[in-house]
Ligand binder design. Sequence first.
Ligand SMILES: Nc1ncnc2c1ncn2[C@@H]1O[C@H](COP(=O)(O)OP(=O)(O)OP(=O)(O)O)[C@@H](O)[C@H]1O
Length: 294
Amino acid sequence: MPPIITATDLVKQYPGVLAVDHIDLAIPTGICFGLLGPNGAGKTTTIEILEGIHLPTSGTVLYKGEPLGARYREEVGIQFQHTALQEFLTVRETLELFERLYHRTVPIAELIELCSLADILDRDTRKISGGQRQRLLLALALINDPELIFLDEPTTGLDPQARRNFWDLVKLVKSRNKTIVLTTHYMEEAYALCDEIAIMDKGRIVSQGTPQHLLSEHFGDVILQIPDTDAAGKLGGLGLSAIQAGDMHEIRTNRLHHTLQQLIENGVNLDHLRIRAWTLEDLFINVTGKKVSP
Ligand SMILES: Nc1ncnc2c1ncn2[C@@H]1O[C@H](COP(=O)(O)OP(=O)(O)OP(=O)(O)O)[C@@H](O)[C@H]1O
């Protein structure tokens, strides 16, 4: 698929801060692309340049091969992190207000169904829950039937159930052949939704690819977890790469068969053995040296 949006040699210099440091991106049509990174990495600045809200200091952004212009504004949808909803309006009135901003729109009834808003249509937007608010904000971002949708930390502050419901909604939107660009602090969310991710740190992209590819590229081994009591002092002297993590011993190995044999021969109880897969959170820490912030 050709890229729907490309950024070439993008730079954003603020006084004393190089927020975006010569980055290149080409986001293929129809995928969900995740931009991840620690606080201050430059994600919001990059996204806002791609959205056409800010101009870069240098570099170019092209949408379907053309500079961002009137066509882009008609074809892009943005779910802002902190959209100020007009006070004293109901959910229905808010949808109608946004509908009037575009030439081409999706029938509101379709968005109400897609985003499960039917039960709260007549409610004041100040009196809806966090999950309902995010669904409304997504409906507003979809009102012009955009081809490219930006979601900036769409599930921050939602409880786990509301977050999962929102993921289902994003998958539904994606299945309609839309391209989604997402920022998130939740690695689980990136793994669940993104076909491709880029991890930013200090204004640069430090890792990019499909989650699966990045995990196998960075981690060729697996982690065995054995409860402390089951290992009971038998691991020392085996020459294994073992660390104590809470009440577990974690052993990294790329020779699983051999390591298991070694443990059995040395009388380690494997009844409660678990094999832990590497996660995007491990990758994030590995490439940025920082913990994922909540
Ligand atoms: N308008 C501005 N003026 C000056 N510096 C800015 C401005 N906006 C952002 N910065 C700085 O640019 C750097 C990147 O900020 P940005 O908000 O893009 O990071 P981020 O990755 O989105 O962080 P977070 O996850 O905390 O939202 C930071 O050092 C920030 O302080």
